[in-house]
Write a protein that binds this ligand. Sequence first.
Ligand code: APR
Length: 263
Amino acid sequence: MADIVQAAKLLGDARRVVVFTGAGISAESGVPTFRDALTGLWERFDAQSLATPRAFQDQPDLVWGWYEWRRHRVSTVSPNPGHRAVAAIETRVPGTVVITQNVDDLHERAGSRDPVHLHGSLFAPRCSGCGEAVALPPATEEPDAGRRVQPPTCVRCHRLVRPGVVWFGEALPEAALEAAARAASACDVLLTVGTSGMVYPAAEIPRIAARAGAAVIQVNPHATPMDSVALVNLRGSAGRILPELVTKAWPGAAADDPAAAPS
Ligand code: APR
């Protein structure tokens, strides 16, 4: 049986589905993955060295400028057919849990109801001192090459406001991690999409599902450490494979299916 037919059968028969996503699902929207080289002001850095508490402590304007650049960039792009296919799965299988490592809001904008954000969000900054949530004005135009931007200060304790994301070396939000592990251990099918499967503890999620007996289906154009965990490996881009998977899993899909809509 062709892999996609097997995957569609597994998905179409599933009652509890988890979709676990990483940077790859947003790549076709124009959001760079973490393995892409940085450019402009950040050319001599890599994402791993900027996304750390140490980098923010040493050069808050460099790090805040990077996140403002990313917030602006994300607000100018749109969800792609891969995100919309995920939302379509949620409408087909009620109770589907979407777990994302992405800090963009493209799943929400594609119609996903309440994705679990394991690594936080570009849109939920908080005070680095007291932890108070801070509302930011809409992202402003940022120069392509980036710029240093001094972070705002907290109105309560006057410490610097920091991005609401999980940096390397930081713990994941406990409630999100627990919800993700719970969903993974109770699902029939876990679809892992566009993630290198190298960053822990998030990369544990598909493994939890596999250990609990779920069928793991992977969508990625390249080989990853998750290949050996997945029952089915679908090699290709999320924007192409996911809509095809949805159409094959539910052949009677309505014409207004979000997965079938043009990008
Ligand atoms: N469709 C599907 N997958 C794709 C596509 C695409 N169009 N383009 C790239 N990919 C795959 C790559 O082959 C790679 O395996 O997406 C993956 C992206 O890997 P990473 O950049 O490592 O992203 P991710 O796995 O989400 O990283 C995990 O690491 O940097 C930290 O906190 C950050 O959340 C991030 C975490």
